[in-house]
Design a protein around this ligand. Structure first.
Ligand code: MN
Length: 197
């Protein structure tokens, strides 16, 4: 059973004001597809072949882990964006405000952590083992699901995610990216019992 490259949830030219069609072309069709292809090549004929992508990630290391986790992280990343802006659902907003003083503090903390992640990696909003919201820098292919954390939101800060559009201006990418977050998707990833009622 091969893992699949899932379709993008929007047309490739619809994030144009923030992420160009050219960037998505390389990022989705070359980088993400490459991680999927490498994973399939590495699991071919092994016990991993019968596993889900998440189980492959939880049971592998080295090159297979890196490629499988990157396949997962990218799938999650595409789902975190949408072409039409959407408001933060009230329950999620109040959860964020309780955890970070205010939504503005959350926003500036997230952008700062994503901007200062050294090298390649991902900045995540996660629910940790105690079900607290946390913003976590993760290098290379690291992913919250191997730490027992629940992923809610991720931004890709590998250079391939923004270099064609922003070159070395990572912070500008992050500030624009923040405006196209699909907060309805983020809210859907939070367990109902974590949401303020
Ligand atoms: Mn990427």
């Amino acid at each position: 059973m091969a893992i699949k490259l899932k379709p993008l949830p929007y047309a490739e030219d619809t994030l144009g004001g923030v992420i160009s069609k050219e960037t998505i072309g390389f990022h989705y069709h070359k980088h993400h597809q490459g991680y999927v292809n490498n994973t399939n090549r590495l699991i071919d004929g092994s016990d991993f072949e019968e596993m889900t992508l998440v189980d492959i990630i939880r049971n592998s290391d080295g090159t297979l882990f890196n490629n499988a986790a990157q396949a997962y992280n990218h799938e999650f990343y595409w789902l975190c964006m949408r072409p039409d802006p959407v408001a933060v659902p009230p329950k999620l907003k109040s959860l964020i405000e309780k955890s970070f003083e205010s939504f503005e503090v959350f926003k500036s903390t997230f952008i700062d952590k994503a901007a200062t992640l050294f090298g390649s990696g991902w900045c995540w909003l996660e629910l940790d083992l105690n079900e607290n919201l946390t913003i976590t820098q993760r290098s290379n292919a690291d992913t919250p699901i191997i730490h027992g954390h629940k992923p809610l939101l991720v931004c890709d800060v590998w250079e391939h995610a923004y270099y064609l559009d922003y070159q070395n201006r990572r912070k500008e990418y992050l500030e624009k990216w923040f405006e196209i977050i699909d907060w309805e998707f983020v809210a859907s990833m939070v367990k109902p019992e974590n949401l303020a009622t």
